[in-house]
Design a protein around this ligand. Structure first.
Ligand code: SF4
Ligand code: SF4
Length: 419
């Protein structure tokens, strides 16, 4: 709201620390144009529950160089705050959909301006108004109708097990297990995701792990849809998955997808589902001795930290421990790694906004990252998030690096080393 000019008092005479200010200096207390700007666009954002911190920005600029979207375009909370001061309506602006929720800005922000809360809160309002990019809306609709964002048949959710070459137990038959493996959508349906699932099934089989999958009973965890603003859909799916979990006895939930890890670990407890949730790298790292990893792979690799495993959930060591235990594998870190890792562009709904983002960036985030991986001289870019295999493989092709760099899930490398 505009400042009431009548509240500003101009003094006839001003004395500061015993020094009388000159008339010229004293006139600096006059109303200036800067006090007269309209704050309604900013107020509209900060009035929304969970988006209050947008108003705390003091323009220090720390967030600008770390924002992966700003690296290939113009973005970051500092710039959003400034545009709000200039009257841009974030609720209807394209700026609302560019954030991948990577958490880089929150890591460095001295004022704790929290885009991970701001974006879902404002996006939720936009979703309710129907102001959603078309391709994102399609992913929401697919999730609602089919239980997964790709629009695949629910009946085919466990079809990947036919290629596993080992028995993949189902909770419906077992009723109880040490681990309930929550496979998630991309590892269940995407071609490269399925190959990683097959690899993990072989590893679990070799470990003689007591586990089961939900198969056709499993539905999308919906954490990325939540961050993209479809909070209602998330709540419905969380309640449904929790109801399914309640039918079985298990000690831990094992997840392939760091986005599912985040949702199940941090959000599902709010809906009554409080579980011990573990990412497969965290689970496997201490068990490698049992896998008899004897085959030397003789490769150089580099590793991409998933935003939702690293910055969001603090796991940087387990994937590296696994890579370092693989015979004949040399790990070369990229400059932007661990806490400072770059983003593949798939988080926060970015997985379903590639067409939209193409109009706003000079190159895809995944392309920027692949170029960095190639510069290390690595043969393989190792990943442990199902969004990344497809994103990075596409980026290897579009940047002309086919034949120079392979993209592999960490589980695939373990199986290769098992001989
Ligand atoms: S780091 Fe925080 S306070 Fe500094 S400009 Fe960015 S959002 Fe504003
Ligand atoms: S969360 Fe990541 S993409 Fe979003 S504004 Fe912050 S640094 Fe940029």
């Amino acid at each position: 709201m505009p400042i009431d000019k009548n509240q500003i008092i101009e003094k006839e005479k001003a004395v500061v620390d015993g020094i009388e200010l000159t008339a010229d200096w004293n006139r600096m207390f006059e109303q200036r144009v800067i006090f007269d700007y309209d704050t309604s666009a900013l107020d509209k954002v900060t009035d929304v529950a969970n988006a209050e911190s947008m108003g705390w920005c003091y323009q220090c600029g720390n967030c600008v160089p770390v924002c992966p979207v700003d690296n290939v375009g113009e973005y970051g909370p500092r710039k959003i705050f400034r545009s709000l001061q200039l009257g841009v309506d974030l609720f209807t602006s394209d700026e609302l959909w560019k954030c991948t929720s990577c958490a880089q800005c929150l890591r460095v922000c001295p004022k704790e301006v929290d885009m991970i809360k701001i974006m879902p809160a404002i996006r939720e309002e936009a979703v309710l108004e129907g102001d959603v990019p078309e391709e994102l809306q399609e992913a929401f609709t697919n999730t609602f109708e089919y239980g997964n964002p790709m629009g695949e048949s629910q009946r085919k959710r466990a079809d990947w097990v036919q290629n596993a070459g080992v028995e993949v137990p189902v909770m419906k038959d077992k009723k109880a297990a040490d681990l309930l493996w929550f496979v998630e959508c991309y590892p269940a349906y995407h071609n490269r995701g399925k190959e990683a699932s097959v690899a993990l099934a072989k590893i679990l089989d070799k470990l003689q792990a007591d586990y089961g999958i939900l198969g056709t009973e499993e539905k999308c965890s919906c954490d990325s849809q939540r961050i993209a603003g479809e909070v209602g859909l998330f709540e419905e799916f969380a309640e449904e998955n929790i109801k399914t979990f309640s039918k079985y006895k298990f000690n831990k939930i094992l997840v392939t997808d760091p986005h599912a890890l985040n949702g199940l670990r941090k959000e599902y407890p709010k809906y009554g589902g409080d579980y011990d949730v573990v990412h497969y790298t965290t689970y496997l790292a201490p068990l490698l001795d049992k896998l008899n990893l004897t085959r030397s792979l003789d490769i150089k690799v580099t590793f991409h930290d998933p935003c939702y495993l690293g910055r969001h959930n603090g796991e940087y060591a387990a994937p590296r421990n696994i890579i370092n235990a693989l015979p004949g594998v040399e790990l070369i870190e990229m400059g932007r790694c661990k806490e400072q890792s770059y983003c593949c562009g798939g988080g926060g709904g970015g997985m379903w906004l590639d067409g939209f983002m193409a109009d706003h960036v000079t190159e895809r985030l995944s392309e920027n990252r692949v170029k960095e991986a190639v510069e290390t001289g690595a043969d393989v870019l190792v990943v442990c998030c199902p969004y990344e295999v497809s994103r990075f493989e596409d980026a290897v092709k579009s940047t002309g690096n086919e034949g120079k760099l392979l993209v592999k899930d960490i589980a695939e490398l373990i199986v290769e080393a098992m001989g």
